[in-house]
Design a protein around this ligand. Structure first.
Ligand code: ADP
Ligand code: MG
Length: 660
């Protein structure tokens, strides 16, 4: 069943649909509306100046069409609605002129102007309003396709497609779900608000159920997966730990033990190491690499950015002497790369640090035993699967600085074992967080000045306007200029944003790390992992635009040694929410709050993994449904296991979830 089977989808329309992510009929019929507009006649004696109204009436005057500018026009005419006369005007609908004639009914939707009984219409329908309210279904769409057209395609698609219901019957009965086809029809063409609600409930549940089924099936598979059995004496690790310039925290030691036990036993490791920013995950990951090295396997550590990869590379070389370590990133020079690839293949290199480049096709590992992914939420399942496709079954460790409440972790990371670092190393002072309004800018500049004269460095984060890269850029530039005005005599000011080339970004980062730049004005591109110890202040403009967890991540850029550090949040709204930041430095608490305050903020990081691109469901607001789906999927898997063999189960699940 193809999109071409639907009438009136031209090749041009097809491209537009593809741009919306619609590539087949199933995509089409599950392209859900994001809101509904209810068209109901406004009461004539209750019209309010400046508001949007909907009325119908009889045309009383021939429409007057006036052209201006390039191909622009405005049309106006009068209507009589139950004895009330309105003058109506509408832009760029000249083509309707011949259809609007005296004595005919029209419906007008637009903005009402009391003074001269005028309506500036944004839509005109060539008929009377029915007595029952009409529901208009509104989709996110793109230039060239209207919601109405899209709806028409979808309804036609629904007539042609054969739909599979993925929720097993016993669950359909348990929740008294409506039939899937009925639900799809209802969501695209509602017949009542009650039925609409029911359809949404079912469709959300189905998404969550499929997701949890995938996770739980993975967990089952993982539990029976065999990996590498190693023989490494813990004394050697202990000895290494004693050479570190600091004492590990209790949680760090506990996590190292978890990892050690995973690595020496036969079961394949699949572990998530969660810990707040600055909690010291990196050294734990280095020790994991060391254990792996001691058992004569190659290990890799993959970071999400070049900056981080280089940082890890220079750090690990400080700790692990006499081990061959290589750095491989997208910007590694060709000749250098060739040499490194040979050394990886021959086994001359023991540990490789890098970015995605580590998974390019031409990288051939020699006895790969451990793969660590830093800031794991940055990578999707796809990338994690690449190694598997190379025929290796290494142990796997994910690092994540996005602490999430345990209940959530158990669902969305349900396929992994989890270790937590809950405390930040001793000797670190809590970051002092201060909330200021835009009017306090002088005071903020003064605080910045105090840090700069101590030769400390500062991050300044420009407001984020996700919808528009252009505005983002304008914001960064304007703040950059302000900073130059205020401080160019004291220090150099750098600028960092997504539009810079890789090389430019690296250069700015290097200059900042080396202290050549005093203030770094940036968008959130710096958010993950960057560790510049001399940076003691971060100023975040329009901080209300960020989720609390994201602010916490940003704040974690400072306070990276024992100097007192500050985070200045500037915002004129949502102060109550932002106050939470001034009260605690505990990422777990903050993420709990973030979850509690649904609606604002997002499950920072998790969303980006791409594994959870639900069309309707929202793991935060639909969390209760997610928990149900989790338990139900477990029950279903148990039933399947009871009745069939493993291969059948895999086939069933894979059919359901198109795993690959
Ligand atoms: P993150 O968990 O955010 O990746 P890092 O691993 O970058 O944090 O650690 C932050 C800083 O704390 C680093 O400079 C690291 O050297 C230091 N550190 C790590 N563990 C300890 C410890 N137990 N005591 C003191 N400092 C530590
Ligand atoms: Mg880190």
């Amino acid at each position: 069943m193809n999109l071409d089977d639907i009438k009136k989808i031209s090749s041009k329309t097809m491209k537009l649909l593809n741009n919306l992510g619609i590539n087949n009929i199933y995509d089409l019929v599950t392209y859900y509306p994001y809101r509904y507009e209810i068209l109901k006649r406004s009461k004539l004696n209750e019209l309010i100046d400046g508001q949007n109204i909907i009325i119908d009436g009889i045309v009383e005057s021939m429409p007057n069409l006036f052209y201006y500018g390039k191909k622009k026009n405005i049309m106006s005419f009068r209507i009589n609605s139950n004895g009330f006369i309105f003058s109506v005007s509408i832009y760029n609908r000249g083509y309707l002129k011949s259809k609007i004639s005296i004595g005919n009914y029209v419906t007008v939707i637009g903005k009402y102007n009391l003074k001269n009984s005028k309506i500036v219409a944004n839509d005109i329908k060539l008929s009377k309003l029915p007595d029952k309210p009409i529901v208009e279904v509104i989709y996110h769409t793109t230039n060239g396709i209207t919601s109405k057209q899209l709806n028409k395609f979808i309804l036609e698609g629904l007539d042609k497609i054969k739909i599979n219901n993925y929720v097993p019957l016993f669950l359909v009965n348990k929740y008294d779900f409506m039939d899937k086809m009925e639900a799809l029809k209802e969501i695209h063409k509602p017949t009542s608000s009650l039925k609409l609600k029911e359809s949404i409930r079912f469709l959300k549940y189905e998404e969550l159920f499929i997701f949890m089924l995938k996770i739980n099936n993975l967990k089952n598979k993982r539990n029976s997966e065999l990996g590498i059995e190693r023989n490494v004496d813990y004394l050697l690790i202990d000895k290494f730990i004693k050479t570190l310039p600091f004492t590990l925290t209790t949680d760090q030691v506990k996590c190292i033990n978890d990892i050690y036990n995973d690595l020496i036993c036969k079961k394949r490791m699949n572990r998530l190491l969660q810990g707040d920013v600055g909690s010291g995950k990196t050294i734990v990951s280095f020790i994991a690499l060391y254990i792996n090295y001691l058992s004569n396997y190659q290990g890799v550590l993959m970071a999400p950015t070049e900056v981080l990869a280089s940082q890890h590379y220079s750090n690990i070389n400080k700790y692990l002497k006499n081990i061959n370590i290589a750095l491989l990133t997208g910007t590694t020079k060709r000749s250098e790369r060739k040499k490194i690839l040979e050394e990886i293949k021959s086994g001359k290199v023991d540990i490789i640090i890098g970015t995605h480049a580590l998974f390019s096709e031409d990288v051939v590992y020699n006895n790969l035993g451990l793969v660590i992914t830093d800031e794991q939420h940055r990578f999707g399942v796809q990338q994690r699967h690449l190694l598997r496709n190379k025929g290796h079954v290494p142990d796997v460790l994910y690092l994540s600085a996005t602490p999430i409440p345990r209940t959530y972790a158990l669902t969305i990371y349900g396929d992994m074992d989890i270790s937590n670092i809950k405390t930040v190393p001793n000797g670190k002072k809590d970051i002092i967080t201060i909330l200021k309004g835009n009017n306090d800018i002088k005071e903020v500049l003064n605080m910045m000045y105090q840090e700069l004269i101590c030769k400390h460095q500062i991050y300044v984060i420009a407001p984020l306007v996700e919808e528009s890269e252009k505005i983002d850029l304008e914001n960064v530039n304007s703040i950059y200029e302000k900073m130059n005005k205020a401080f160019s005599k004291i220090c150099k000011i750098g600028i960092m944003h997504g539009k810079l080339s890789k090389e430019e970004k690296e250069q700015v980062m290097t200059d900042f790390v080396e202290g050549k730049i005093g203030i770094l004005v940036s968008t959130t591109v710096i958010e993950v992992g960057v560790d510049v110890k001399n940076a003691t202040m971060i100023v975040i403009f329009d901080s209300y635009r960020f989720g609390l967890s994201q602010l916490h991540q940003l704040r974690g850029r400072v306070g990276r040694n024992n100097m007192q550090s500050y985070c200045i949040l500037i915002s004129d709204c949502e102060k109550e929410r932002l106050q939470i930041m001034t009260k605690t430095n505990d990422g777990f608490k903050i993420s709990e709050e973030d979850f509690r305050l649904r609606g604002s903020g997002d499950l920072f990081g998790v969303k980006q993994s791409g594994d959870m691109n639900f069309k309707l469901a929202n793991i935060k607001t639909d969390f209760n449904l997610l928990v149900k789906a989790k338990n139900d999927s477990l029950e279903y898997l148990n039933k399947l296991e009871y009745h069939s063999n493993n291969e059948d189960i895999n086939e069933i699940i894979e059919n359901i979830s198109n795993l690959d």
